[in-house]
Write a protein that binds this ligand. Structure first.
Ligand code: GLY
Ligand code: MN
Ligand code: MN
Length: 329
C-alpha cells in the first residue's frame, strides 16, 4: 500500500508547527501541529495587506486588460448587442476565457443594472437601449482587478448621463482624499453625504441632504459598501481587522462594508459608489413621513435604467492616491 503523505510525520526539528488548510484535526495532531491557529492566520493575512511593488505592477496590468474589455463592452452595447454579446466582447478584448475571470462578470442592461449580483446573460438584444452596467475584472499572475462602469444608451432618460457624471465626481472626490491614516468607515459615510448632495441636486430627493442620510434614504439608494481591499482575492483578506488582529466589525447601519480599518501606504482598495432603484429597498420609504422627501416621479423615470456604479482600484501611497484604473478610451 502506498502511504499518504501525512501517514509518516516528517522528521522535523523541535519547535512549534501549524497545519494551514482545509484538513481534519487528526492530520495536524499526527504531525504534532496546531490546525489553522487563529493568531498565525491573522498574522499571515496581515502580511498581504500592504502590497509590494511587484504586486502593484500585477494589479496594474490586470486593470489595463480589464479596461480594454470595458471599452469593447461599451461599444458592443451602443451597437445594439444583447447582454451575452457584451459579455463575449468583454472576454475577447480583455483576452481571457470565462473560467479565468476573477469573479462572474456582471453585465446588466437597462433594469438589470439595478440587480446587484446579476449573473444572467440575456441572449436577446433589449427593445430599448437605456443603460449598461458592467462589473468585470481580470487576473494577472494571480492578482485581480475589479472595475465597474455604467454607460448611458441612446434612449436613456436625460437624468442618466448627468447621474453617471455625478457618481463619477463623487468617486473622484473620495479618491482624492485617500491617504495613510484615513478611516475607511468615515470615507464610506462621506460617500453617503456626497450621494445625498447629488440626489438633492437632481431633485430625486426633495428634503435636505442631512435628512436623506439620517432617514436612511441614501442607504436605500446605495445598500453596498464603498469598497474593499484588493489583491489575490477580489475581496482581499484582513479588511475587518486592525493591524494587531483586533476585530473591527462594520457599523450596524452599514453591515455590508468590507473594509473598516485605517488606510496605510501600500494598500490597494476599490472605491465604488453607486445609486440604484431597488424596489425592495425603496418601497418601504413610500410609507410614512419620509415619503415626502423622495420625488417618486423621478424614481419612476430612473427605474428602467436599474442603477449606476463606478468602481476603480486605487493604491494608497505615503502622501497620495494612485489610481491604477486607466481611463476608458
Ligand atoms: N465585483 C465585486 C465587487 O465589486 O465587490
Ligand atoms: Mn469591488
Ligand atoms: Mn466590482
Amino acid at each position: 500500500m502506498v502511504k499518504g503523505r501525512f501517514d509518516v510525520p516528517p522528521a522535523l526539528p523541535r519547535g512549534r508547527y501549524a497545519v494551514i488548510g482545509d484538513v481534519d484535526g487528526a492530520t495536524a495532531r499526527s504531525l504534532g501541529a496546531e490546525l489553522n491557529p487563529t493568531a498565525l492566520l491573522l498574522a499571515l493575512d496581515e502580511e498581504r495587506v500592504r502590497k509590494s511593488e511587484y504586486e502593484v505592477t500585477c494589479i496594474g496590468q490586470a486593470n489595463r486588460q480589464a479596461m480594454a474589455g470595458h471599452v469593447a463592452a461599451r461599444d458592443a452595447f451602443l451597437s445594439g448587442a444583447a447582454e451575452l454579446d457584451v459579455q463575449l466582447a468583454y472576454l475577447k478584448a480583455s483576452r481571457q476565457r470565462e473560467s479565468h475571470v476573477p469573479y462572474g462578470n456582471i453585465i446588466g442592461i437597462n433594469a438589470h443594472a439595478g440587480v446587484l449580483h446579476y449573473q444572467h446573460y440575456d441572449a436577446t438584444p433589449p427593445a430599448k437601449q437605456q443603460s449598461l452596467l458592467v462589473d468585470a475584472g481580470h487576473r494577472y499572475r494571480g492578482y485581480c482587478s475589479d472595475i465597474t462602469r455604467t454607460w448611458a444608451g441612446e434612449q436613456a432618460d436625460a437624468l442618466i448621463p448627468a447621474l453617471i457624471e455625478g457618481v463619477t465626481q463623487v468617486q473622484q472626490q473620495l479618491i482624492a482624499t485617500l491617504r495613510p491614516g484615513v478611516d475607511y468607515v468615515a470615507l464610506h459615510k462621506r460617500m453617503h453625504d456626497l450621494l445625498a448632495d447629488l440626489l438633492v441636486e437632481h431633485r430625486i430627493v426633495l428634503g435636505s441632504p442631512e435628512s436623506a442620510v439620517a432617514n436612511g434614504i441614501t442607504r436605500a439608494f446605495c445598500p453596498h459598501g464603498l469598497g474593499h481591499l484588493l489583491g489575490i482575492q477580489v475581496h482581499d483578506v484582513a479588511g475587518r481587522h486592525a493591524a494587531d488582529g483586533v476585530a473591527l466589525p462594520p457599523p450596524g447601519e452599514h453591515p455590508a462594508l468590507r473594509l473598516t480599518r485605517e488606510l496605510e501606504a501600500g494598500m490597494v482598495v476599490t472605491i465604488e459608489p453607486g445609486l440604484y432603484v431597488i424596489p425592495m429597498l425603496l418601497d418601504p420609504l413610500r410609507e410614512g413621513s419620509v415619503s415626502r422627501e423622495v420625488n417618486w416621479e423621478r424614481v419612476e423615470r430612473l427605474a428602467p435604467h436599474g442603477g449606476i456604479r463606478i468602481e476603480d482600484n486605487v493604491l494608497v501611497t505615503t502622501d497620495a492616491a494612485k489610481n491604477l484604473t486607466p481611463e476608458a478610451e
